[in-house]
Design a protein around this ligand. Structure first.
Ligand SMILES: [Zn+2]
Length: 278
C-alpha cells in the first residue's frame, strides 16, 4: 500500500507532468467501484477544466481545477480527489498507449496526453467536488510534514492508547503508515507500547523531528523513481528504504547489535529495539 512519501512523490510527479493542461474528455469504466461521486457526474464535472495544480493531502492526491467553461481562473473552482487504496496507480501516457487491465479512468488532456487510473483491487477512490457547491477536501488529521511542535504535542495529550496506535490513527495525523511509525519511534528512542500520555514533551519533539526526517528522506529517494510510478506501465516499485527496525525481526540493531523484536500493536506487526527504545 502506498504510504505518505509514495503518495507525495506521485502527486509531485503528476503535477510536474500535467499542471496547466486542460481536461478534454473523461472516460470511466463500468464498474461499481471505485467511485465516491457517480461516474457520470464526475465525467461531466471534470470536462473542460484546467488543472491548476496537483498536491497531496494526507494520503489523497488532490487535483485543483479551474472553471468548467475553461475561462481563466487562478482560484480552484473544483477538485478531483484520488485515493490510491492498496493497488491504485496514476499513469501519464498517450491515448494510443496500450490500456492496462483494471483501468477505471482515462482523462484525455488537450495537450494530447492522457492520465489514467488503474487499480486491480479496487480499494482506490475517485471523488469530484464542485467548490461553488460545497467545501474543499480536507484530511481529518494533522499534516506530519508541516505540523508545529505545540500542535504535535497536543495530539497526544491525555490519550491512554499506546504511542504507536496514536501515530497510526489517521484522525490525529494524516498519512502515517506502519513502516514510518516503526522507523520514527526507533529514531526517537520510544517504545511502541508506551502510553501516549506518558511520553514526555521532549520525547514527542524527538518523535516529530524523526517522523519529519524519515518521511522527507523517503520522499527524496522516491523522487528519483517517480518516472517509474507515473509513466509507462507503472509496475516498477518504489525505492526501497534501508529500514532500521521494520521487518528486521531477530536481526541485530544497527546501533547496539541487540536483536530487533516484533510485537503486535493495534493489530499491526511492530518492530523495535528493546535496548535503544525506552
Ligand atoms: Zn539498539
Amino acid at each position: 500500500m502506498p504510504e505518505l512519501p509514495e503518495v507525495e512523490t506521485i502527486a509531485r510527479g503528476v503535477d510536474k507532468r500535467i499542471r496547466g493542461d486542460r481536461i478534454a474528455r473523461v472516460w470511466f469504466a463500468n464498474h461499481p467501484q471505485p467511485f465516491k461521486t457517480p461516474r457520470t457526474q464526475q465525467a461531466k464535472g471534470l470536462a473542460g477544466r484546467t488543472i491548476l495544480g496537483v498536491h497531496r493531502t494526507g494520503k489523497h492526491i488532490v487535483f485543483e481545477l479551474g472553471a468548467a467553461d475553461g475561462r481563466d481562473s487562478t482560484a480552484p473552482e473544483a477538485q478531483w480527489i484520488v485515493h490510491l487504496g492498496m493497488t491504485g496507480r496514476l499513469l501519464v501516457t498517450t491515448p494510443d498507449g496500450s490500456v492496462a487491465q483494471h483501468t477505471h479512468a482515462r482523462v484525455e488532456l488537450t495537450s494530447g496526453r492522457e492520465l489514467r487510473f488503474v487499480d486491480s483491487r479496487r480499494f482506490g477512490r475517485l471523488e469530484f467536488r464542485d467548490l461553488r457547491r460545497g467545501p474543499k477536501f480536507g484530511a481529518p488529521g494533522g499534516e506530519p510534514l508541516t505540523i508545529r511542535a505545540s500542535e504535535f504535542a497536543a495530539l497526544f495529550r491525555g490519550r491512554r492508547l499506546c504511542i504507536k496506535a496514536a501515530l497510526l490513527n489517521q484522525t490525529l495525523l494524516a498519512g502515517v503508515g506502519n513502516i514510518y511509525a516503526d522507523e520514527s519511534l526507533f529514531q526517537a528512542g520510544i517504545r511502541p507500547r508506551r502510553r501516549a500520555n506518558r511520553v514526555t514533551c521532549a520525547e514527542l519533539e524527538r518523535l516529530r523531528l524523526a517522523l519529519l526526517k524519515t518521511l522527507t528522506h523517503a520522499i527524496q529517494l522516491g523522487g528519483s523513481s517517480v518516472s517509474d510510478y507515473v509513466d509507462a506501465d507503472g509496475e516498477r516499485g518504489f525505492f526501497q528504504l534501508e529500514h532500521c527496525v521494520y521487518q528486521r525481526t531477530g536481526e541485530p540493531c544497527h546501533r547496539c547489535k541487540t536483536p530487533i523484536r516484533r510485537i503486535v500493536v493495534a493489530g499491526r506487526g511492530t518492530h523495535y529495539c528493546p535496548k535503544c527504545q525506552r
